[in-house]
Design a protein around this ligand. Structure first.
Ligand code: HAM
Length: 422
């Protein structure tokens, strides 16, 4: 097979202009996390494959067909992480962070799933995840929902996101429900499409997410998970809904919201948009009270969510007027080659005195008109010209490229003159 020198399908480069938006968004999210006292944790991209198998769920799409797994040089089975929750739990246990302590953590990084790529769905994508350990809820559920809502408001996209919540009860209840659902669907197998027929034996709960209208009509007559909830789960969910109504964030209860990973219990939630087509979930999460114990740690309740950063950026670009010009504060132009060293020294002086400014030097040997054109093309705010006439007078020509005004400035006065850019 002829492999082109291009990035792998579903994995793409994030170019500088795009990264400016990412940095801007990440800074906003990190500031908010800081204000809620959440701490960053950095986790490896590779983990032993066994970590994921039983936790995410042996019959889930991720485990059965989406993981990038291979053997390392010592024949150990390893996997590029498909998500961050399980690694985060592993790290908490390994470093004994959970003994009688509450932990509020966040992480940001690439995840890998071998999915069919399309808009908003990639094989390498980024998640910002938040995981809280040691709190039973539902107060912490409310904090996480308020936190995410604050993200959206600050990013100017809150009008385009709706919150869906559900309770999926305990893991045992879900097993019982799954059995009854399969029984019902097998009886009505002829009414299912091929995709759902396949899922019947592998991952039947995903049939609830089916976009096929006739499947949805059929499901209306089938067993409902919320009818299976035990007393504790029902009371917990009622309390959560009461709190939600009290804080006034709009939400809907979606009884079909089950989530595609097995470790959840009780609360699950998703923030969705109708602006991105089928890949419409921007942020998703839920409670996973049994996972830490399952991985050999103490009995610790936990809850978290992850934002699909690629989808978040797509949504911001789609709906908000976030304009981030590729701007330079000071662009230094040179009369000829003999001024290059002066230009370097001047740029260092400006960076020493006014470190917040972005300073760029033109190193190309092109005429002054072309250099001014370049300065404008880069969206520069001020251009400084170093030339023989100016050198003789120990001065610099300073041009304000926004107002189109210019003046000769003494070198000793330059820093003062530039401080309006701060
Ligand atoms: P998840 O629903 O698998 O949950 O992923 C969370 C979010 O990551 C999705 O809602 C979506 O925005 C984004 N995402 C997932 N797959 C892709 C993809 N192929 N391309 C682009 N974006 C994608 C989890 O991963 C859980 N660990 C979330 C969690 C944290 N639950 C508790 N704590």
């Amino acid at each position: 097979m002829n492999i082109k020198n291009e990035s792998i399908r579903g994995m793409h480069d994030y170019l500088p202009k795009e990264i400016m938006i990412w940095n801007h968004v990440e800074t906003i999210l990190k500031k908010i996390l800081f204000s809620y006292c959440y701490n960053e944790i950095r986790l490896p991209i590779l983990e032993y494959t066994t970590l994921f198998n039983n936790t995410i769920g042996n019959t889930t799409d991720i485990i059965t067909k989406e993981m990038y797994s291979f053997e390392d040089r010592s024949k150990k089975k390893i996997t590029l992480r498909p998500e961050g929750t399980v690694s985060c739990v592993r790290a908490n246990i390994q470093h004994k962070l959970l003994n009688n302590k509450e932990q509020k953590l966040w992480y940001l990084g690439p995840m890998f799933r071998y999915e069919r790529p399309q808009k908003g769905r990639y094989r390498q994508f980024y998640q910002m995840g938040v995981e809280v350990f040691g709190l039973k809820g539902p107060d912490i559920e409310i904090e996480l929902i308020l936190l995410t809502f604050r993200f959206w408001k600050k990013l100017g996209i809150d009008r385009h996101l709706i919150l869906e919540i559900n309770s999926i009860g305990s893991i045992n209840i879900r097993h019982k429900y799954k059995k009854d659902l399969v029984k019902f669907l097998k009886k009505n197998k002829s009414q299912l499409d091929d995709d759902s027929k396949k899922r019947l034996d592998t991952n039947p709960l995903r049939i609830l997410d089916s976009k096929n209208p006739s499947t949805q009509i059929l499901l209306k007559n089938g067993p409902k998970l919320h009818h299976y909830l035990d007393k504790n789960s029902s009371i917990f969910f009622k309390k959560l809904c009461c709190f939600m109504s009290d804080i006034g964030i709009p939400y809907t209860i979606n009884n079909n919201l089950i989530r595609g990973l097995d470790y959840y219990n009780d609360t699950v939630f998703e923030w969705k948009t109708n602006k991105l087509g089928s890949q419409n979930t921007i942020c998703a999460g839920g409670r996973y009270d049994k996972l830490t114990e399952q991985l050999g740690g103490p009995k610790v309740p936990a809850i978290g969510f992850a934002i699909g950063m690629d989808r978040l950026i797509l949504l911001i670009k789609e709906v908000s007027s976030l304009i981030l010009p590729f701007s330079i504060d000071v662009y230094i132009l040179i009369f000829d080659d003999s001024f290059k060293l002066d230009a370097i020294k001047l740029s260092e002086l400006i960076r020493n005195k006014l470190p917040a400014l972005k300073v760029m030097i033109n190193f190309h040997e092109i005429n002054i008109t072309k250099q001014f054109r370049l300065a404008n093309k880069h969206n520069s705010r001020v251009a400084l010209l170093l030339g023989p006439k100016e050198k003789e007078k120990k001065s610099i020509l300073m041009k304000d490229l926004t107002n189109k005004t210019q003046k000769i400035v003494l070198k000793t006065e330059l820093i003062n003159e530039l401080s309006f850019l701060l």
